[in-house]
Design a binder for this molecule. Sequence first.
Ligand code: ASP
Ligand code: MG
Length: 409
Amino acid sequence: MALIVQKFGGTSVGSVERIQAVAEKVKAFCNKGNQVVVVVSAMSGETNRLVSLATEIDDQASAREMDVLLTTGEQVTIALLSMALEKTGIPARSYTGGQVRVLTDDVHGKARIREIDHEKIKADLDSGRVVVVAGFQGVNEKGDITTLGRGGSDTSAVALAAVLKADECQIFTDVDGVYTTDPRVEEKARRMSRITFEEMLEMASLGSKVLQIRSVEFAGKYNVPLRVLSSFKDGPGTLISVEEGDEMERPVISGVAFTRDEAKVIVRGVPDIPGAAYKILGPIGEANIEVDMIVQNIGEDKTTDFTFTVHRNEFSKAQNILRDIAKELGAKEVIGDTDIAKVSLVGVGMRSHAGIASQMFGALAADGINIQMIGTSEIKISVVIDEKYLELAVRSLHAAFELDKPPTK
Ligand code: ASP
Ligand code: MG
């Protein structure tokens, strides 16, 4: 007998018929002798609908009241799903976050879970019930309702799986797993059967369409095996777990992630003196602007071009901050480019394989793609290129590393 936490997202519970289909799925699982805790989101579109109702009254409505409002969406689905389960003959009981004391901090709209009282859930499971818990919500020390941030039901499910020491946390959604790259860019993209927590975090740009990335961090921290599956189509999905040595079919490269969300800022002609990098990035950090890649190199004239990337939304802000600073520093000018894209090759196998970077650069060169910046971590190599070559770059790397073929060991 296994204990499984199953989470169903908004589209999976988007109508009464779909809720009934979820009940059938859960029932089949229970009938195999498993204990099941179900976490659900609000019906698709419901949270947005509630947000717009509030905005009609006040677009600066208090975060406390927003949380009271938004959590009603999940309260509807837990009740309907429990009714549907009971109707099929499966004893079930629904609970709001507060009822199972998903205790969080005080940050309304972005709360973090501190602990969960799992006694009640355990008792229900032991008496043969399915427990249906509202995702996305908790309660603070004062008893006020809190929410975990948009998409937070994934994190609720992982947190419950962690405290219950569940065998697996299954996230049912509208795609059937995590792919080697975005299938809209490369139709040969393949569903991965396994991937490590670390890789999934490095592939956030692909993964975040499937799961709230915070839930992956949480799952990694508490070592909860996480499986992404389709609600609409049977299949094994993608298992996200720790690296398991030899057992794991381990390709060197797992996937190609990319983002168009970044922009490049260049401070040209910076004097090569101690403290210059700090003078440039200090104020950027103080303005809460996140910096991703950084490159600097000394030219013959003993000055450097200091280049870094930021989120595109913060590009103008970063440039404005730097205009005066560049003058003070005696730098030549601040220029920038928003027509860039970042493409990353991700794989834990990189740790034990040499020559991945050169193979990557070779594949890009063969397609005439110029590399503007390079950044690396232990399991990732990223390049910044001209945005117009993004799709070509993704396809050329996908082919060069044979990601369309299932890994063989
Ligand atoms: N209903 C919430 C949202 O739409 C939480 C979730 O679906 O995970 O963000
Ligand atoms: Mg979601």
